[in-house]
Design a protein around this ligand. Structure first.
Ligand SMILES: Cc1cc2nc3c(=O)[nH]c(=O)nc-3n(C[C@H](O)[C@H](O)[C@H](O)COP(=O)(O)OP(=O)(O)OC[C@H]3O[C@@H](n4cnc5c(N)ncnc54)[C@H](O)[C@@H]3O)c2cc1C
Length: 292
């Protein structure tokens, strides 16, 4: 019996991942799986585990660089609407991991529920935001999270509440393979004021980052007490290129992919920036971008 038995309708093979990422780069996924609901996701995870097929989870690909050769495993995409449900009860919102964060932040602000406006303008799904603890100068998603429900690598569902969760700088202690849902605890606020604040945060981001170009956000994590962007800038690397990949002139911690860029160009530019910054300042930059 093939491991795909019974799941044929949700599995496709050799699906190109480039259009599903913000970089727009990279090769295909050997298997691409779009489960219809959590029960089916759990069942397919169990089957993948038994068949020893590596599993990758794709959100909206906003923090991801897929290699040119693609992914030799199963990429799971929570694109079915059942994974984007939003249920609000007072100040509590139960939200599916596939929910689009730009849309969610907007909805919450207009509803008069504050707490996630700090991530305004940061692309991604709720699952991706929680995994990376997305955020910036105004705060992060972790501070609004009351609990997270996830699946382990064998397809078992479990929930971790706030006192068991640790959210740090672009990091969480979530050990589950796939986040399927989270409960957000928000605070009632005036919708107009909240929407105004959201717009200001969004405008700040738009003015400081190359939002209109193909990228995956910040390439490197900020080293302790330092700004990766400042180090790259001071190393004279703004505008540096390898093939079509270029260190953004607007924000040195962004690598942008121009027409004709290959993932290999981005990887080579990442290595070049790491080398130059290390030789100049003795600091080894660690990537924030996830590389598949
Ligand atoms: C223009 C631009 C600006 C950005 N600005 C910021 C910023 O200011 N601050 C910031 O923090 N980030 C920023 N980013 C990066 C990105 O928006 C965040 O990292 C976001 O959280 C990625 O979410 P995603 O759904 O796209 O995840 P993906 O890129 O699809 O995946 C990222 C990682 O999360 C994992 N993941 C995704 N979904 C799930 C899930 N359901 N369960 C478990 N793991 C999952 C993936 O396996 C992968 O390891 C920016 C990106 C861009 C393109």
């Amino acid at each position: 019996m093939s491991w795909q038995n019974g799941f044929e309708s949700i599995i496709r093979e050799q699906v190109h991942l480039a259009p599903l990422t913000w970089f727009g780069l990279g090769g295909p996924a050997r298997y691409f799986i779009t489960p219809e609901n959590t029960a089916q996701l759990s069942a397919v995870m169990k089957r993948l585990h038994e068949s020893q097929i590596p599993v990758y989870v794709l959100g909206s690909g906003a923090n991801l660089l897929v290699r040119d050769e693609g992914v030799d495993g199963a990429v799971i995409h929570l694109s079915n609407p059942s994974f984007s449900q939003v249920n609000i009860d007072g100040r509590i919102a139960k939200v599916g991991a596939g929910a689009d964060m730009m849309h969610l932040v907007n909805t919450m602000c207009k509803t008069g529920l504050g707490g996630i406006e700090a991530v305004a303008g940061i692309p991604g799904t709720l699952g991706g935001h929680i995994r990376m603890n997305a955020g910036g100068a105004f705060g992060d998603i972790g501070s609004a999270v009351a609990s997270v429900t996830m699946l382990d690598g064998e397809g078992h569902l479990y929930t971790r509440s706030r006192d068991e969760l640790v959210f740090g700088y672009r990091h969480s202690n979530i050990t589950g393979k796939i986040v399927v849902e989270a409960v957000l605890e928000l605070r009632p606020e005036n919708p107009e004021q909240l929407t105004q604040r959201m717009k200001e945060i969004w405008v700040f981001k738009k003015n400081s980052q190359p939002m209109g170009e193909n990228s995956a956000g910040c390439t490197f994590k900020n080293p302790d007490g330092q700004s990766a962007g400042k180090l790259i800038d001071e190393a004279g690397l703004k505008g540096a290129t390898v093939g079509g990949a270029m260190v953004s002139r607007r924000h040195a911690n962004f690598i942008v992919a121009r027409d004709g860029t290959r993932s290999a160009d981005v990887l080579a530019l990442i290595a070049h920036v790491q080398e130059m910054v290390e030789s100049r300042f003795g600091v080894k930059l660690q990537t924030e971008v996830v590389i598949w």
